[in-house]
Ligand binder design. Structure first.
Ligand code: PLP
Length: 387
């Protein structure tokens, strides 16, 4: 039996190899500190679980639900954007409900692009963007995210051809993997570019709930004109520790929202309504749980950065997300350093080259274990005497 060319064109999952290596080390009984993954370690807040339990007992929840999501959740998403960002969203035409945002990011090229059309993607970036590229059989060019530009793409480096041909651009701040945040000025430049060059923008706001040092991450839709050129994807996975629940939404440009809704009409029936009700509760009710989560990640970030500084590892503190992006020592590549850490001191990290060419020279560390384990990881690394 032969697989389709489309299936064969899918990128190999770089991080599957990492997971295998880490699982192998754990199976050998080694005490591995796993900083390689991006899976939130804290439980979903109790009031959200309770909302799911209550909604699950309602027989209405057990039927097929509306393809395009329940009104309660679409209104909650619109109210959330108004309250948190001062952005007006029409719940009927400017919200699409999704089974998590990964699916939205993967299905958008299918919905909006023809074969061989050009997409612009950040490098380093979330690897699953490439799944959408392959499934839709489109082309992509990368925009380097460099430390000297605070990991923002430099639009002056785009060629005239790229500006002419690109149909869709993905951005993601707070950024996975670098932990960088965007400014309003940068998003303003993005809107101008999008208007001048007719490029649709998708801002992946997966870590929108997680900003440090009292700075709330900027929503792309807060910029004047943003809704004319793009959408923002918001997931409940990170802000409310609901990664396993599979729920997120897109808001913004009504045409792009319609494109998502049309393709989803064909791919899915609506999400389990009880999950949608609980997601609405998460967005509508007190955000104290989010404040506490951000404080927890910030304490972990500070513990990690202090420990790195103590051993002479010259690192920059992330401004948001739950990742730190650390340079590898001289004489190493991302992969040789990651392998060394796992083999010699049982510390698992994600090699930066797995996020793209410009990720070479870095590793990504997740702030998803307790402070004492983060400090212990750095103490173990200190023993290698590389800094
Ligand atoms: N975007 C980024 C940058 C991510 O890191 C992730 C998950 O790790 C996602 C999107 C997808 O999140 P979900 O599908 O859980 O909504």
């Amino acid at each position: 039996m032969e697989f389709s060319n489309r299936l064969k064109s899918l990128p190999t999952q770089f991080f599957a190899t990492l997971v295998q290596k880490v699982s192998g080390a754990i199976a050998e009984g080694r005490d591995v500190i796993n900083l390689g993954q991006g899976n939130p370690d804290q439980p979903t807040p109790v009031h959200i679980v309770k909302a799911l339990q209550d909604a699950a007992t309602d027989p209405q929840s057990h039927k097929y639900s509306p393809f395009r999501g329940i009104n309660e959740l679409k209104h909650a998403a619109a109210d959330f954007y108004k309250r948190e960002y001062g952005v007006e969203i029409c719940p009927d035409t400017e919200v699409a409900i999704m089974f998590g945002t990964k699916i939205g990011l993967v299905e958008l090229p299918l919905a909006m692009m023809n074969e061989n059309d050009l997409m612009l993607l950040p490098d380093p970036g979330y690897p699953d963007y490439l799944s959408g590229v392959s499934l839709a059989n489109v082309c992509y060019d990368t925009m380097p995210l460099l430390e000297e530009n605070n990991y923002l793409p430099d639009y002056s480096k785009l060629t005239e051809e790229q500006k002419r041909d690109a149909k869709l651009m993905y951005l993601n701040y707070p950024n996975n993997p670098t932990g960088a945040t965007a400014t309003k000025e940068f998003f303003g430049e993005t809107v101008t570019l999008a208007m001048e060059s007719d490029i649709a923008i998708v801002h992946d706001f997966a870590y929108g709930g997680i900003g440090f040092d009292g700075k709330k991450p900027v929503s792309f839709l807060q910029i004047e004109g943003a809704k004319d050129v793009g959408i923002e994807m918001y997931t409940l996975s990170k802000t409310y520790n609901m990664a396993g629940w599979r729920v997120g939404f897109a808001v913004g440009n009504s045409k792009m929202i319609e494109a998502i809704n049309i393709i989803q009409d064909h791919l899915f029936v609506g999400l389990f309504p009880a999950i949608q009700s609980a997601a609405a509760a998460a967005l509508n009710e007190s955000q104290q749980c989010v404040n506490e989560l951000v404080s927890l990640y910030e304490r972990r970030r500070n513990a990690l950065i202090d420990a790195c500084t103590r051993i002479g590892w010259n690192v920059t503190a992330p401004q948001g997300s739950f990742f730190a992006w650390l340079p590898v020592p001289n004489g190493h590549t991302s992969e040789t350093f990651s392998d060394l850490l796992l083999e010699k001191v049982n510390v698992a990290v994600a090699p930066g080259n797995g996020f793209g060419t410009f990720g070479e020279g870095y590793i990504r560390v997740g702030l998803l274990v307790d402070e004492d384990r983060l400090i212990e990881a750095i103490n173990r690394i200190e023993k290698l005497q590389l800094f």
